[in-house]
Write a protein that binds this ligand. Structure first.
Ligand code: APR
Length: 237
């Protein structure tokens, strides 16, 4: 991949070996909660406490998990290539803690909270920020309630202009740990293909969009990626 413009898109599978549950595997998050009850704007209006507790629990978990070899391998890939853009569907902070930079979080982030009055988001990861009581913003003279800085179903993913710019221009498009269920993320591989990119998958199981990949590596990202990244950094293709 040396000398190529590379884009990597990750999903929940890249954080699975760190102990963060995926969504649609056995035991996944969506087995325990209905999406419409905890991950939509309507849910936040109907039962903000339920939604707040769901996200505060996931925010608190960030303190108990560490990046796994997949996160570290992707940061080595980014540091070893002239051009690599890392896009993630994940809302955890493990790519950054694994050494990656300029990570594009298209579904938002657990680390930040968003003022409901101004829409401003700010990093809120102090011990007082993990309360199950609602929290207030620091941007308004009369503080407003903050909401999770997460893109809920029915909301528009973030940074899509920058994402399409990178995907349109890339020569190699790699997906790690995603089931291909959720759009527009699941369509990015076809956008890359239409622009002539070579497409590569690293995933535990065949995803819904399996046929869109030129090269498929089935297995655990934490086990496969360190060796694959060494190959990719040594290769021109
Ligand atoms: N290594 C590689 N792949 C793995 C691993 C692993 N250790 N463990 C699980 N996987 C794969 C699964 O086979 C599955 O295909 O990761 C994928 C996880 O799929 P999902 O749980 O659907 O997660 P994701 O694709 O990221 O979901 C996309 O859906 O609920 C929304 O906003 C949420 O960002 C999320 C989006």
């Amino acid at each position: 991949m040396q000398g190529k413009r590379v884009v990597v898109l990750t999903g929940a599978g890249v954080s699975a070996e760190s102990g963060i549950r995926t969504f649609r595997d056995n035991g996944g998050l969506w087995e325990e909660h209905r999406i419409e009850d905890v991950a939509t704007p309507q849910a936040w209006l109907a039962d903000p406490s339920l939604v707040w507790h769901f996200y505060q629990r996931r925010r608190r978990q960030l303190q108990d998990v560490e990046p796994n070899p997949a996160h570290v391998a992707l940061s080595q890939l980014q540091n070893g290539l002239d051009s690599m853009v890392l896009i993630t569907q994940n809302v955890d902070n493990l790519h950054e803690r694994g050494g990656s930079s300029d990570v594009i979080h298209m579904h938002g982030r657990l680390e930040t909270l968003r003022c409901e009055a101004t829409g401003r988001h700010e990093k809120r990861m102090n011990s007082t920020d993990f309360s199950d009581d609602f929290l207030l913003c620091t941007c308004c003279s009369t503080p407003s309630r903050v909401r999770p800085d997460i893109v809920w179903f029915g909301e528009i993913p973030m940074h899509m202009e920058a994402i399409y710019r990178a995907v349109d221009a890339c020569e190699v498009f790699v997906v790690v740990g995603s089931s291909g269920h959720v759009y527009p993320a699941a369509d990015l591989v076809d956008v890359a293909r239409r622009h002539g990119a070579r497409t590569v998958l690293v995933n535990a199981e065949p995803p819904l969009n399996l046929d869109s990949f030129d090269e498929v590596h089935l297995g655990k990202a934490g086990e496969l990626l360190p060796g694959l990244v060494r190959q990719w950094l040594d290769s021109e293709g």
